[in-house]
Design a protein around this ligand. Structure first.
Ligand SMILES: Nc1nc2c(c(=O)[nH]1)N[C@H]1C(S)=C(S)[C@@H](COP(=O)(O)OP(=O)(O)OC[C@H]3O[C@@H](n4cnc5c(=O)[nH]c(N)nc54)[C@H](O)[C@@H]3O)O[C@H]1N2
Ligand SMILES: Nc1nc2c(c(=O)[nH]1)N[C@H]1C(S)=C(S)[C@@H](COP(=O)(O)OP(=O)(O)OC[C@H]3O[C@@H](n4cnc5c(=O)[nH]c(N)nc54)[C@H](O)[C@@H]3O)O[C@H]1N2
Ligand code: SF4
Ligand SMILES: [Mo]
Length: 748
């Protein structure tokens, strides 16, 4: 930790540990409330948790992980379920409230309107959404998708099922479009791109049972206590068996220092468990430099595994040479972490038997996101920690089925095997033009190149940087079809030029069909059918809508879309066309959930043509912040330029806010900026003072300063609100926007 930051000062507003009694209290409040019985029923339903990709629940029961260990449901799961169990938006709501009024709602207010329970349309020139018949929905949608394939697109978010995802891509590819933008384009796309290059497989190579054998975890850019709470159980157990945890994060997240998990009530609920053994606080966006430093320390101490590298890796000599050629001064200056600390990290890693390198958005949402993945995985390889029991690379995935979407072919980089299998199925070659990723889609729409867009869940508008651009871009699309469970900001701001349709769908635990999902650990879950609490609701399943639409546009040859309304047949197609999913063919009979073949590497034999890992040199990033005057702030105004990290508060799920504040960071509401006390004091400001925070696309005013354990020169704010102030700066290798290093100027 930086010598100049005292954790006590920075975190005087926060609880002394993550998790703890507030979590139990939250459970009790909800499960004992009037919604309690339905909540319990849903928690016990045999389906995967809606919230994160850790993937609790399924056939082994609502509380079990894939190894059958129970007590694995967290409060975030309850939060997600309870939002879905809200009553319906009232029948006359949209007649009574104009778009202008709806646009005044905050994310939380939009979500609190309740569940969508009937389809609506906003027609060109009209001020209100109105109810629409299914016939007209299909007419408009069909006309929309009969446009040129290059001008139709989809966006999706990883809460829907594998079956819906598969059908979406099959419909789009049958139409001749590759424009399958997905939330992963804003999330783990650098992990997918980077890991595929290196290991031939774009997902985690570590299974849960292998993680349980690790004696060291390097946790990079993850706020797991809030976003993947059950991963904390694994970290607690690792510390209990004498293992070490190195945290890499510019912010001291209190739950990564100490965490009290309700899964270990006697042991830890009151005292908490120590999590980090070493806490490194780099400058935002500098992780490549930090890992080059660790590599350099390993090389200088002769701690790299040369025999392993010779046998199992290509390109390692260049990586070693590069780390050797960069000076310690340049490394320490770029990442803001001292040589000494990096040497300690290197020694811990080298002394451990099995090291898992795990990361989330702090590593991926950067202008050099793919280089971050390379640098992390290079470090794993240099120490022989890829392809072994208890070691490896582990991206911590986001949405509960986001990884399944990628596997199902909702990606602009379709696997060769799948492409060939789909071509065989469709009896013709697929479009080879690269499709739009999420950011390309916004830019293409802004340039007037998109006529029709279907959004399978999500909130494309609010998930993007530069909300004014996103709004303008979506406004140039003729027809937008949103399939959603609950209203969100996108439905009120992301409006098409002619027709915006919102179609209410069943969620995972209500679905009339069996569905499957895939966790971040490559484990496929089978979700039982369910029913909805909504009375007289006119909901549709995603599978039914997609197959009906595809049938209208494409007929029944070569694909009999209507037959695919029975999802068993979709699973049979998946088994035939998606490598590693062969077991899908029998899952309906066996009910056996399974680990996808060819992804978990317990031996250093990878999925590349040579079976060796490919290593790539990662250039030291040149991090530069503009001066205040470049933002147009005069020198006479006291100001400070900071690297702003944007992310999630404790009680939100992506663009959907459940509760305003974040008690674990001491931030009482959403219009706060978490700052280092020294930065604020140097600018002459007090805690709780209000400031303006300005980026290159706009500003937010009356932002309250909160002192926190964030390193000097950096700050943190919450999305989606903050997305109005900055433009996208993109990683050229993966197309992801740099949400975690936004240059801003702050002034009073
Ligand atoms: N409850 C809940 N669970 C969720 C979600 C949710 O919104 N709510 N969202 C889901 C989704 S889609 C995702 S992608 C995941 C997100 O899970 P996370 O990635 O854990 O979430 P973020 O809030 O984006 O921030 C991650 C961390 O990155 C750190 N960070 C910022 N910049 C840097 C940097 O330059 N370097 C390093 N090393 N660290 C940095 C931040 O301080 C923060 O602690 O969670 C999933 N689970
Ligand atoms: N500044 C900043 N911006 C970011 C990020 C950041 O860290 N900082 N993170 C990025 C990341 S990692 C992600 S993943 C994106 C998230 O982007 P998205 O995935 O696009 O957004 P969500 O907020 O998760 O979408 C929520 C909506 O999904 C709908 N929904 C929920 N369940 C279902 C279902 O079963 N079916 C259907 N059809 N709809 C459903 C509901 O209507 C709900 O309102 O945001 C990105 N944007
Ligand atoms: S860790 Fe993730 S998958 Fe498991 S219960 Fe919590 S939110 Fe659900
Ligand atoms: Mo995400």
């Amino acid at each position: 930790m930086d010598a100049d930051i005292k954790l006590e000062d920075a975190t005087s507003n926060t609880p002394e540990m993550g998790g703890g009694l507030p979590v139990v209290q939250y459970w009790a409040e909800h499960t004992l409330s009037p919604e309690g019985p339905k909540l319990w029923q849903t928690l016990l339903h045999k389906s995967a948790c809606l919230s994160c990709a850790w993937g609790t629940g399924g056939q082994k029961g609502g509380f079990a992980n894939e190894l059958g260990e129970t007590m694995q449901r967290c409060a975030k799961s309850v939060e997600a379920i309870s939002a879905e169990l809200q009553p319906a938006v009232s029948t006359h709501f949209f007649e009574r409230h104009s778009i202008a009024e709806l646009q005044q709602l905050t994310s939380l207010e939009a979500d609190r309107l309740g569940r969508l329970s009937f389809p609506v349309i906003l027609r060109e020139g009209k001020s209100h959404y109105e109810r629409i018949s299914w016939d007209e929905i299909y007419e408009i949608s069909e006309a929309g998708f009969r446009k040129s394939p290059e001008r139709v697109a989809s966006y999706s978010s990883g809460r829907s099922s594998n079956e819906a995802a598969y059908l979406l891509q099959l419909m789009m590819r049958s139409l001749g479009s590759n424009h399958l933008a997905d939330c992963s384009d804003l999330c783990h796309v650098p992990s997918t791109v980077g890991l595929k290059q290196m290991f031939g497989s774009g997902t985690s190579m570590v299974s849960l049972d292998s993680l349980k054998k690790a004696d060291c975890v390097v946790l990079i850019g993850s706020n797991a206590p809030a976003n993947h709470p059950r991963l904390m159980n694994e970290l607690i157990e690792l510390r209990d068996r004498g293992g070490k945890i190195i945290v890499v994060n510019p912010v001291v997240e209190v739950g990564l220092v100490k965490f009290a998990s309700p899964a270990f009530p006697l042991k830890s609920l009151f005292t908490g468990s120590e999590i980090s053994s070493l806490y490194l606080q780099p400058i935002p966006g500098s992780d490549v430099a930090l890992f080059i430093g660790i590599q350099k320390a390993l090389i200088e101490r002769n701690l790299i595994q040369t025999d392993y590298l010779c046998a199992h890796a290509e390109g390692w000599e260049a990586v070693v040479d590069y780390a050797g050629s960069i000076s310690w001064e340049a490394i320490a200056q770029t990442c803001g972490v001292s040589q000494q600390e990096l040497e300690v990290a290197a020694e811990i890693i080298a002394a451990s038997k099995g090291v898992v390198f795990a990361w989330a958005m702090g590593a991926t949402q950067q202008e050099n996101g793919v280089d971050n993945i390379y640098a992390i995985a290079n470090t794993a390889l240099l120490t022989g920690n890829a392809g072994k029991e208890g070691g490896g690379t582990m991206p911590i995935r986001g949405h509960s089925n986001v990884q399944g979407f990628g596997s199902m072919g909702v990606t602009v980089q379709l696997k060769k095997e799948s492409q060939e299998a789909l071509e065989k199925l469709l009896g013709r070659s697929l479009n080879r033009n690269p499709g739009y990723r999420a950011r390309d889609l916004i830019d293409a729409a802004d340039a007037g190149n998109v006529d029709t867009l279907i959004c399978l869940g999500g909130n494309l508008y609010a998930a993007n940087p530069d909300l004014n651009q996103a709004k303008r871009a979506l406004g140039k699309i003729d027809t937008i079809i949103y399939l959603a469970t609950k209203p969100n900001l996108g439905h009120f701001h992301g409006l098409a030029q002619k027709n915006t349709i919102i179609i209410p769908v069943f969620n995972r635990f209500e679905n009339p069909h069996q569905t499957t999902t895939e966790s971040g650990n490559n484990f496929v879950r089978l979700n039982d059918v369910g029913n909805t609490h909504l009375k007289d609701a006119d909901l549709i399943s995603e599978v039914e809508f997609l197959t009906q639409l595809a049938h209208r546009i494409l007929g029944s040859d070569p694909v009999d879309w209507r037959k695919l309304q029975d999802t068993k047949y979709v699973r049979q197609l998946i088994a035939k066309t998606i490598p590693g999913f062969e077991q899908m063919a029998t899952i309906d009979e066996t009910k056996e959930e399974f680990t996808i073949a060819g992804r978990i590497f317990k031996e250093p034999k990878f999925a590349t043509p040579s079976s060796k890992a490919n290593m790539f040199v990662t250039p030291l990033p040149k991090l530069h912040l503009p001066e205040a005057k470049e933002f147009g702030v005069p020198e006479s105004t006291p100001s400070i330029v900071l690297a702003l990290m944007t992310g999630r508060s404790y009680s939100q799920h992506n663009t959907v806010v459940y509760k305003p504040g974040d008690k674990y960071r001491g931030m009482p509401h959403r219009n706060c900026i978490l700052m280092n006390p020294l930065d604020a004091k140097q600018a002459g400001w007090q805690e709780h003072q209000q400031v303006t925070v300005q980026g290159d696309a706009g500003k937010l005013e009356n932002v309250e300063i909160i002192f926190g354990g964030v390193r000097q020169g950096a700050a943190m704010m919450f999305y989606p609100e903050v997305n109005v102030i900055f433009k996208a700066r993109i990683d050229k290798q993966s197309g992801i926007p740099a949400f975690k290093r936004v240059p801003v100027v702050v002034y009073a």
